[in-house]
Design a protein. Structure first.
Lengths: 162, 807
């Protein structure tokens, strides 16, 4: 099958990659760019394990053709935090035991990142509604919600002290 | 000269050992997306394989044409049963003593069954190939109802064993009958029932569902023809058992097979079995000479790769007029699907269903289970459960409710009256188990007080009066559940899988500078073993948990063990860890004695060091001892500091708990609102309270799903009607309530550290709590039993049938 040239920015890096037009963005990220933190749980956009941030929106990358990401600005879990310094959300997920098997975690954190960009002071209800596109089979969500609320609180503390 | 000894408390807290809510060591990599799951593995030249699956539930396969598929660019091979037959791999043994087709051999027996395996450059090309494989089917009559499987004229499903009168578990009375398993005293139970003051009878159905981990099953097989070594990475909850089975069925010597379970994205029993995809990826790697990956999608997973439950439990329970239970009878019809692939210990074809006397002192009981073939997917796996304990707990907790209605008694009081008393432990149950320990009354009392039970009942009856007055359309249901689990399989004398005893293992190496590595025969799927097992060890050998690396899942390096499922890791491998730690300590004591020039017996262990009795200034820390073991020539002591323990548990462990759910139900819409869930667990000694609580939250959410909507349903043609996450209910953060947790602590008397296992308790105890709440709301209108899952439609139907929509 003829390939197309795809240009996008992923985690701040300019990417130039050849893909089949039918390839899903999740597969290009995972297999061509080796960013395997974006997971695939269902391939039908129900579970949210493949959630990434694309043009400042949460997007389920299993239901988007890579071709649709032409020129897009993408952040995956690998773009949040560094091995030397975790992103606050990553720290809070660890602190509040917001993960178990870790499979949903990158999607959860990437989604929570956007949620907090949109609403920096959410209520528990806001978080539960805003995260409802991401499934977790291990945690029962209670500690995920706690971790996100704790992140919001810390973010606002940091803002105040700044 | 030794420095001053820091206070005991400071040294203990530095260890981060037993009982501390240690943060998980796994989380740094998982939160950064740096886990390594099977689909993340990418090898040079790797191909991708996927299945042509049957659209029919029962059909003869007339022909399979592969030419068109093979002509597609990027397709390397199409493997069918005919190709596997010369290798004798077209069928494989199941864990339950049956055999299962790897690829359709002449017929298909369930929708989604594997028919052919297409190997291609990548998943897209494989999909092109799948679409081009032409299979001609001839449809056959279908059995979806196990009660119709033995009727006259029923189609024979398993032609391969149609004439076999004897199965792996005794005589077969019909070609569609698998086994009948009995436990307890039939005659005595029947006579108790015949003479009883009160007998309650009910059919309790625990519907078919699926563990549905977020990550599906998959494998990467790589046959290195130069070295003759086969390496398989995969979603294996029992890697060593997979290696042995792979060796037995492939003929490849076991030392030439390396099985690796990388990070696993949730298991819940789904990843215990051996599936056709694993076999086909191995064969494909041998055939093509390239590594081959197989990753199923969610629909494949839900439709074909194991199911859970599907038990029809006919029950009778008898009691005196004042509510003392005298007998329990149960006959179960178990729908096993097309192949008996239940993952139970060999001697227990219905798992531990005979724990169905629950938390109660029931003097006489009888259980029989019929296993039946139908045109459904094989499986019968323990979905976050110790081999049918969930079915047993649901059954008895429903029967208690039904009996309470018949007696006109409050069901909390009925439970309390019949609990096994603390002083009766160890308790011998009528169906043959020795419960190791328990204190049910204390737990129950604590739970009732926590929810203010009496007030709740008062509020419920006031609500009911208001409903009758037409002031509200919402009822309150109070769901009670007191479960007893049986986990930690198990003693080799009666527990094995395919002849492999269900012991487990731990191997420890202490490094010269006083840090350590421990390897176990289990494999974490989110339970946090690397965190908790290091805590057990820290407390045993006085090395901080932070300085202990935990490794699991690689059969070339880990000691042999039977893996992780049935809440067996802590009871069995956790015990092995403690025992191996004690061996380290015993050798350390000899080394310390030499260094301090005293007799072994003159030393005592003090958190992280050996101290000379009566002379606390003289001691050797574990760190000092570790170094000495590598640099000193000690008479009669081998250099190094290592130990291994293979632990065969003397008994199972019996965690228990008291769960209460309060639910509001709208009779006009059938919608429910969970108002409160209180879960008290007693899992014996608590290793990491944070992780225990996390396990309880997760298990309760699975229980909520199962009780309130999650099912694998079939239509009359044998089509799966719940094959995607659109139809198969997995609760989101929006539907899931907050949970209140609590605990009591009754250590197991036979486990080295008294721990019992907790992962599955919330699923086992949660399902009856949620289901009983629904039943309880409608109790006063005459409802005794209504089958799960209690989705909005089914609840609306209950209300409708009871005439509540006319009120």
């Amino acid at each position: 099958m003829e390939k197309i040239r795809l240009n996008m920015t992923v985690n701040g890096k300019e990417i130039d990659v050849l893909t089949e037009p039918r390839q899903l963005l999740a597969h290009v990220l995972r297999e061509e760019l080796k960013l395997t933190g974006t997971h695939i749980g269902c391939e039908t956009s129900h579970c949210g394990a493949c959630t990434i941030d694309m043009n400042e929106m949460s997007v389920k990358s299993c239901s988007v053709f890579a071709a649709q990401a032409q020129g897009a600005n993408i952040t995956t879990i690998e773009g949040l935090g560094t091995p030397d310094g975790l992103h606050l959300l990553q720290e809070m997920f660890k602190e509040h035991h917001g993960l178990q098997c870790g499979y949903c975690t990158p999607g959860m954190i990437t989604r929570a990142y956007r949620l907090l960009q949109e609403n920096s002071n959410p209520t528990e209800e806001d978080v539960r509604f805003g995260m409802s596109g991401n499934l977790c089979r291990c945690t029962g969500y209670q500690n995920i919600v706690k971790a996100i609320l704790a992140t919001a609180e810390k973010m606002s503390e940091m803002k105040e002290s700044a | 000269m030794n420095e001053t000894i820091p206070p005991k408390e400071a040294r203990m807290s530095a260890l981060n050992g037993l009982g501390t809510s240690r943060k998980r060591v796994e989380d740094a990599r998982f939160t950064q997306g740096k886990g390594n799951y099977v689909d993340d593995i990418k090898l040079e030249g790797m191909l991708f394989g996927d299945f042509v699956r049957s659209p029919y539930a029962h059909a003869r396969v007339k022909s399979i044409k592969t030419e068109a598929a093979l002509a597609i660019p990027g397709v390397h091979a199409v493997i069918t049963a005919a190709d596997l037959e010369p290798l004798k791999l077209h069928w494989m043994p199941t864990l339950a003593g049956d055999v299962q087709m790897v690829l359709a051999d002449g017929k298909v027996l369930f929708q989604g069954q594997e028919v052919a395996f297409v190997v291609a450059d990548n998943r897209y090309a494989a999909d092109d190939g799948i679409k081009a494989v032409e299979v001609e089917y001839e449809e056959l009559p279908v059995i979806v109802d196990p009660f119709k499987a033995e009727l006259e004229g029923a189609p024979v499903l398993r032609e391969d064993i149609a004439d076999k009168k004897e199965g792996a578990h005794g005589p077969r009375r019909h070609p569609n009958h698998i086994f009948t398993w009995e436990s307890g005293d039939k005659e005595a139970t029947e006579s108790v029932l015949a003479e009883a003051d009160v007998v309650a009878e009910e059919m309790v159905y625990y519907h078919r569902t699926h563990p549905c981990p977020l990550e599906t099953c998959g494998s990467v097989a790589s046959m290195d023809k130069v070295n003759g070594k086969l390496t398989v990475w995969g979603t294996f909850q029992a890697p060593h058992a997979v290696r042995t089975v792979a060796s037995l069925i492939s003929g490849i010597a076991e030392h030439n097979i390396r099985i690796i379970s990388p990070d696993i994205g949730g298991g819940f029993g789904n990843k215990v079995g051996v599936y056709p995809g694993y076999i086909c990826s191995i064969v494909a790697s041998i055939v093509t000479g390239a590594p081959v990956k197989w990753i199923e999608d969610k629909m494949d997973n839900l439709m074909a790769t194991a199911f859970a439950r599907d038990y029809w439990m006919q029950g009778k329970i008898s009691a005196t007029k004042d509510g003392k239970i005298t007998g329990l009878w149960c006959h179960t019809t178990a729908d096993h699907g097309a192949f008996d692939a239940c993952a139970d210990p060999t001697k227990f074809p219905a798992g531990f269903m005979n724990i169905c006397t629950g938390s109660y002192d029931i003097p006489t009981a009888f259980l029989s289970v019929d296993g039946i073939y139908t045109n459904k997917a094989p499986g019968g796996v323990a979905y976050r459960c110790s081999f049918r304990v969930t079915e047993a707990a649901y059954f008895i907790e429903r029967m208690i409710e039904v009996l309470a209605i018949k007696l006109g008694m409050d069901s909390a009081e009925l439970r309390e009256k019949n609990f096994i008393k603390k002083e009766q432990f160890p308790y011998q149950s009528a169906l043959g188990w020795e419960y190791d320990s328990g204190d049910y009354h204390t737990a129950w009392d604590k739970a009732l007080k926590a929810v203010n039970y009496k007030e709740l009942r008062k509020e419920q009856s006031e609500r009911l009066e208001a409903f009758h007055r037409g002031e509200t359309r919402k009822l309150i249901g109070i769901g009670l559940s007191h479960f007893t689990e049986i986990v930690g399989a198990g003693p080799v004398k009666n527990c094995d899988i395919l002849g492999l005893g269900m012991f487990d293992s731990c191997e420890i190496r202490i490094h010269p500078t006083g840090s350590a590595i421990a390897r176990l025969g289990t494999i974490s799927q989110g339970q946090g073993h690397a965190t908790t097992f290091a805590q057990i060890l820290a407390s045993e050998i006085g090395i901080p948990a932070e300085d202990i690396t935990l490794e699991e899942g690689d059969t070339d390096t880990a000691p042999y063990g039977l893996g992780t499922y049935g809440s067996r890791s802590t009871p069995v491998a956790g015990a092995a860890t403690a025992m191996a730690g004690r061996k380290i300590r015993a050798k350390a004591q000899m080394i310390a004695a030499y260094l301090l020039e005293v007799h072994d017996n003159d030393l005592e262990w003090d958190v992280d060091r050996f101290v000379v009795k009566g002379n606390p200034e003289r001691f050797k820390t574990m760190k000092e001892i570790a170094f000495a073991s590598y640099n000193q020539a000690i008479p009669n002591v081998e250099p190094g500091l290592e130990a291994v323990s293979y632990y065969d548990p003397p008994n199972m462990t019996y965690p228990f708990g008291a769960y209460i759910c309060v639910m509001e139900i709208d009779v006009d819409t059938g919608t429910t609102e969970i108002r409160q869930v209180f879960a008290l667990d007693d899992c014996g000694t608590r290793i990491n309270p944070m992780i225990i609580e996390g396990q309880v939250h997760g298990g309760l959410t699975e229980a909520l799903a199962i009780a309130m909507g999650q099912e694998i349903a079939y239509d009359e043609m044998g089509n799966v009607t719940t094959g995607t996450l659109m139809d198969f209910f997995v609760p989101t953060s929006w539907e899931t309530p907050n949970y209140q947790t609590d605990y009591t602590e009754t250590p197991s008397p036979h486990h080295p550290i008294g721990a019992k296992g907790v992962g599955e308790s919330p699923n086992v105890g949660g399902v009856p709590a949620f289901s009983n709440a629904v039943h309880d709301a409608f109790k006063s209108f005459g409802l005794t039993q209504s089958h799960m899952p209690h989705d909005h439609w089914r609840i609306w139907t209950i209300a409708n049938k009871l005439g509540l929509h006319d009120m």
